[in-house]
Every structure is written in C-alpha cells, then in structure tokens.
Design a protein around this ligand. Sequence first.
Ligand SMILES: Cc1cc2nc3c(=O)[nH]c(=O)nc-3n(C[C@H](O)[C@H](O)[C@H](O)COP(=O)(O)O)c2cc1C
Length: 169
Amino acid sequence: MELLPEIENRQSIRKFTNKTVNKEQLKRIVEAGRRAPSAKNRQPWRFVVITDQELKEKIKVAAFNQEYVSEAGAIIAACSTNIDYRMPNGQLSHPIDISFAMAFMMLQAVHEGLGTCVITTFDEQEVKDMLTVPHSMRVILLLLVGHTAETPFPESRKSFERISVFNHW
Ligand SMILES: Cc1cc2nc3c(=O)[nH]c(=O)nc-3n(C[C@H](O)[C@H](O)[C@H](O)COP(=O)(O)O)c2cc1C
C-alpha cells in the first residue's frame, strides 16, 4: 500500500548528531503545526522552540536524564493556552488539538530530512518553571527535532485487519 513517504519514513529517533537544526527548517515545522486543525478552530496552543544548549540540558534533567533529549538540535514544547474547553463529545479539546499539531510537525520534520521523537516522560512542573509557562497552563508534549544518527529497527504495528473494520465494530 503506497503512502506519503513522510509517513512511511517516520520513526522515533533517539540518537542525534550535534549538527544545528536550521532556523528556517524549525519555522517551517512550527508552521506545519500552526496549520493543523483544532476543535472550533480555537488553536489552544503555544509552541516554545528550545535551541539553547543550557536550557536543553535542564530539560533533559526534567526528563529524568534521558540523554537524547539534550542531544536533539531543538526541543519543541507544546503548551496549552486553554485547558477548559470540552467538545460536544465530552472530550477535552486541548490534548487532542495539540496532538494533531505535533503530528503535522513530525511529518514536516521528516520532509525536511530530520528525525523526531515525542517525549511525555518529563516532570511537567519543572519544565513549566524553566520555560516560564503560566501557572494555569499545561505542557502537553515535547517534540525532539534533530539530525538523525540512527536507523532504528521499525516498530511493529497491529495488523490492518485487527485495527479497522467497515460499518460495525
Ligand atoms: C503520546 C506519545 C508519548 C510518547 N512518549 C515517549 C517518551 O516519553 N519517550 C520516548 O522515548 N518515546 C516516546 N514516544 C514514542 C513512542 O515510544 C513511539 O512512537 C512508539 O514506540 C512507536 O515507534 P515509532 O514512533 O518509531 O513508530 C511517545 C509517543 C507518543 C505518541
């Protein structure tokens, strides 16, 4: 089955070279997220792009010292600007909206020839403090972006038949 090459080629990358990520590339990646859909088009997000090495090292510590966190050329902290809105289906919108934006960013990063990894293993309060995120807001995800230094063995997926059906569960 032929898919977009960015989808075919994306894998979580946990080894990065020390090459700097070009600022224009980072801007295009964030722009991809900016164009993502969100519930009622509320766009409840603010993306903090961290390229400063000292700050990346601090984030690494807040991410329980996972080495690859500070080795990535950039870390994009996806923060909420509204945590209250629930959609008519009862779900909170901000984690869903932000996940769409992150997915768009990941695919743009692959298109740019870069590797990414979503990080949720971090102490949110520590990251909030170092990025001066307002008290009432959340840091939902971190996205590592950098020049890839590995080709990981592809993670398996459940079969198409197992995860999808037509018309009835
Ligand atoms: C919501 C979410 C949270 C994740 N959190 C982490 C994390 O904290 N650390 C990490 O190394 N990878 C994390 N990942 C990456 C997953 O482990 C990875 O996507 C999964 O194993 C499938 O591998 P692939 O991305 O290479 O296809 C996360 C992915 C998602 C979507």
